[in-house]
Design a protein around this ligand. Sequence first.
Ligand code: ADP
Length: 421
Amino acid sequence: DKACLIVSHDRAFLNATVSKVWELDLGKLETYVGTFDQYLVERESRRRLAAHHYRHQQEEIKRIEEFVRRNMAGQKTKQAQSRLKYLGRIKRLPPPRANASGPSITFQTSGRSYAHVLRLEEVTLGYGDTTVVERVNLDLYRGDKIGVVGRNGSGKSTLLKTLIGELEPIGGDVKLGNNVDVAYFDQELSDLNENATVLDNIWELDPSAEAGAMRSFLGRFGFSGEDAFKKVMALSGGEKTKLCLARLLYHPANLVILDEPTNHLDIYAREALENALRDYDGSCLIVSHDRYFLNRVAEKILYLSDGSARVYDGNYAYFRERTAGVPEPVKTRNAQPKQEYIDFKEASRRRSRLKKEIQTTRDRIGRQEKKLAEVEHTLDTGVSADDWEKLHQLSDRRRELEDDILRLYMTLEELEATELD
Ligand code: ADP
């Protein structure tokens, strides 16, 4: 019942605790009332509204400037002068940000692997004579995104080390599908050369590549301009993580194994990584304590506990729901891979239909915005000020297009919300 001020990147934690959110951005403090998720929705609508206001103000400024230019020397000099004064007085709105979440990250696959990417059959994990997890059964199909959870010491890292071949299983079979290229992200960020520059850390992966191509590749991970020449030891944890991801993704893979990838990332970088993984058509196995991240990315959860492993066919919220009040997981085999595969295919068909619809809507918005720009251009330059009929016609057309664009944005918003559910 006392007040708390919490600084955190853990969105699930914030969602479960706070009733207000303060966001520091571009040197300003913006306040929101509500949970973290409510803040995200409200922030989006404030940004959209701000962009709308900005566009209208720009149009108004353009119109007034045009009036001033045409009439300064004519009979309407007085009106032109007072409008010029008005122009000097109005408080100009800042332009909307090009990309609110910072640079985006894109994962590429190395091509098609077989549908069955990985199979663990009765695998016992551990070190020498010490068993850590017994009889793990797991099937990973193309496109599967699996989150691995469990308390500290439950064997998550041991599992990953076994999958990448750093550790031999004590028993059982680990089978990798045909044409599967594995990329591994290590939470210790240990594969970075601390004394070399950001650029050199990427260049060493492909020494014959052109500098320009390297620089633009780094730009996709937020290293632009001079950033490429920073020494790795001078980077923040978040920057190092992004560099590791860049190294990981330089050579496309179709199975990525990530160990606590969000540890050093701020919320914007987490969102970028989430979006990249959601759009990725390869498979992922992700160890993470970030519940919000797992909810958005993982479609299955592998839960390690008390020396055994169990698969839950849903996201983190589903796993929590199923394990609420069940301290001891029941040991079972990963049943009916066939039915699982059929469900997976159906879900992925639904996802790709939705994606297509989103793309079509975006394309229509693009086309309508182009038409709008043409109408505005004609209004500004191609019509004589006396041609009222034409002006009216064009203004009506402009309003029609603006309404249509707004409607399309609302449709897009609904589609995107469905995609998130
Ligand atoms: P998690 O990643 O889930 O926190 P780990 O896989 O790191 O758990 O560890 C699982 C268990 O294996 C722990 O009891 C840990 O002490 C033990 N362990 C980890 N590394 C080694 C090792 N190199 N040799 C022997 N035991 C180890």
